[in-house]
Design a binder for this molecule. Structure first.
Ligand code: UDP
Length: 254
């Protein structure tokens, strides 16, 4: 990995300088954290699976006209992406009550929400990603009202599409987190989907059994974490070609 300059290391991913200006290489680690970094662990093969799952979902979203940062997969753990200016917000969409919605508002986990709810969190680890309102976002200049309109419109389309896609493979999309960035082309700015979409930042439940197939298995020590990520990839039809043995392999596809 000494072959290029590392620009940023996050909890689950590393960003390297890309081969051309305006591109980055996104490397997916097996590291898992929860509770804003208080719980740490390794989910073997997670990076390989999330690389694939996120690639697949970003490509499907691009097909329906959702602009995103994904360019192409480079190898088992890396993908080439467009460099964007990340908007410092985590956009959470909820279809079914779970996680912090339940603890904050006393709603029972599993309650189907009357409509999808969008929430905003300010991306700031030292503050523990606090929830914010549109008022804070515009007042502090993190995004404009127009940016927020774009983000909401994209987020609702993403939610509709992914809800259907997961339902087709027997999975309920309970909630998920998105990040967006600004992409500059000449003097024009477009807001595009960035980061990743994977079981690390989605809650995915089996439609029939309601079994959790996402990072909650790690957060709550439910066991069979690796298997849950594999099952999501398997249902989407995108397990690595050589099956489970392939999950740690160094194979380069470039
Ligand atoms: N989420 C995330 N990163 C965060 C916080 C939340 O990806 O820093 C995702 C999480 O996986 C879930 C959704 O956003 O799918 C809603 O999370 P919630 O607010 O319930 O917080 P949690 O219970 O995960 O702390």
């Amino acid at each position: 990995m000494a072959r290029r300059r590392q620009l940023y290391e996050g909890k689950a991913k590393i960003l390297f300088e890309g081969p051309e200006p305006g591109t980055l290489v996104q490397y997916f680690k097996d590291d898992a954290t929860a509770g804003n970094g208080t719980k740490k662990g390794i989910i073997t093969g997670k990076g390989v699976l999330n690389n694939r799952i996120s690639e697949y979902l970003m490509m499907r979203l691009a097909e329906i006209g959702i602009p995103n940062h994904f360019i192409r997969r480079l190898n088992m753990r890396e993908q080439l992406i467009r460099e964007v200016e990340i908007i410092p917000l985590e956009i959470v969409v909820r279809n079914v009550a779970a996680g912090s919605l339940c603890t904050r508002l006393g709603i029972q986990e599993g309650t189907r929400l009357p409509r999808s709810i969008i929430e905003y969190y300010y991306k700031n680890d030292s503050l523990g990603d606090p929830m914010v309102a549109e008022e804070h976002i515009t007042a502090f200049g993190w995004a404009s009202t127009m940016d927020i309109d774009d983000i909401v419109a994209l987020t609702l389309r993403i939610n509709d599409f992914l809800t259907g896609l997961f339902l087709g493979v027997g999975i309920t999309l309970v909630d998920f987190k998105l990040e967006f960035g600004r992409l500059w082309e000449n003097d024009e700015m477009r807001i595009v989907l960035a980061d990743e979409i994977s079981p690390d930042n989605c809650r995915l439940w089996d439609v029939r059994t309601h079994e959790k197939m996402d990072k909650d298995r790690f957060r709550r020590d439910l066991g069979r974490v690796e298997e849950a990520y594999q099952e999501v990839a398997k249902r989407l039809g995108i397990l690595p070609e050589a099956g489970m043995r392939d999950l740690k392999g160094p194979e380069m596809m470039q």
